[in-house]
Design a protein around this ligand. Structure first.
Ligand code: E4P
Length: 216
């Protein structure tokens, strides 16, 4: 399973990229605005695209297909590894169909049902982003959405990659990996949580204490 970072913070991206675990990046208008520090959308996306080799998702803000297509074609020209993120609406699907025929890479975002994911797969998106956490927050089973999407895509041979998004706990990473998601996109602090384990820390401390008590 690939790991993407779900952030527009270049320092965080650099930190994990140096470790060699960043296969790509997803941004959204909220992350871009939070980390803009006076820079334009384009400047931020280009900087991230220079930092990582893998796909970098950048989202359109138009809500009509014509406007989405204009923004998508601009974004796709900023760097070789940009992926255009589109909302999963009727207008978003119209834009997706045209962009897929032009060979522009797409990530269909804000997917909250397996039926939305099915439509996205039929139209040949590069990625589909089921938003698990927001469903979990509302009392539904967010991971089930990923399981259903993976199952449907396997049944019909859809080539769209399932990009599990909107995580709330490290356990969900294990669950989507077992479900067969192609990618998990995680906030930097969530990658830290994947590694952190009190048993590892206590075990290491015990080993070092034993070592310290021995004659060298
Ligand atoms: C992914 O592409 C989204 O930007 C992200 O996972 C949303 O996460 P949130 O629901 O925690 O805001």
């Amino acid at each position: 399973m690939k790991l993407f970072l779900d952030t527009a913070n270049v320092e965080d991206i650099r930190k994990f990229n140096e470790l060699g675990i960043v296969d790509g990046v997803t941004t959204n208008p909220s992350w871009i605005s939070r980390d803009s520090k006076g820079r334009s959308f384009r400047e931020i996306v280009v900087e991230i695209c220079r930092e990582v080799k893998g796909p970098v998702s950048a989202e359109v803000v138009a809500t009509d297909a014509k406007g989405m297509l204009k923004e998508a074609r601009e974004i796709s020209g900023w760097a070789k590894n940009t992926v255009v993120k589109l909302p999963t609406t009727f207008e978003g699907l119209k834009a997706l169909k045209i962009l897929a025929s032009e060979g522009i890479k797409t990530n269909m975002t804000l997917v909250f049902s397996a039926n939305q994911a099915l439509l996205v797969g039929k139209l040949g998106a590069t990625f589909v982003s089921p938003f698990m956490g927001r469903l979990t927050d509302a009392g539904y089973d967010g991971v089930q959405l990923v399981r259903e999407t993976v199952g449907i895509y396997r049944n019909y041979g859809f080539r769209t990659s399932v990009l599990a998004a909107s995580f709330r706990s490290p356990r969900e990473v294990t669950e989507v990996a077992l479900a067969g998601a192609d990618v998990a996109t995680l906030k930097p602090e969530q990658v830290d949580l994947m590694l952190k384990n009190p048993f590892t820390e206590a075990g290491l401390k015990a080993f070092l204490d034993s070592w310290a008590s021995m004659k060298k």
